[in-house]
Design a protein around this ligand. Sequence first.
Ligand SMILES: [Zn+2]
Ligand SMILES: [Zn+2]
Length: 116
Amino acid sequence: MADDESTARALSGSCLCGRVRLEVRGDLGPADACHCVQCRKQSGHYFASANVPRDALTVTGREHLSWHQSSAAIRRGFCSTCGSFLFWDPPAKDWIAVALGAFDTPTPALSEEVEP
Ligand SMILES: [Zn+2]
Ligand SMILES: [Zn+2]
């Protein structure tokens, strides 16, 4: 139990152009790779993400985010400048899915998942 927040694990990331930056404190949830039609069309492939509690996520450059309401309960966030697909957001929930590809370093949750 560290009482100093700076010693807790934090992962940082950004969109391609760097205008939108994000930081997640603590561990990521399990990785998810969604192949649904909407994720395929938006990402061009499939969307790999992890669910993050909202209070563990800090986003800077929010003014550069655009949101596409893809269904009644879901909006998808992307950088208005470079187009990076960053967030799959169910606003009614207390978590948000963050794109694993946005992180600057390999993500621990993914590394653990690929171990046999
Ligand atoms: Zn960008
Ligand atoms: Zn999907």
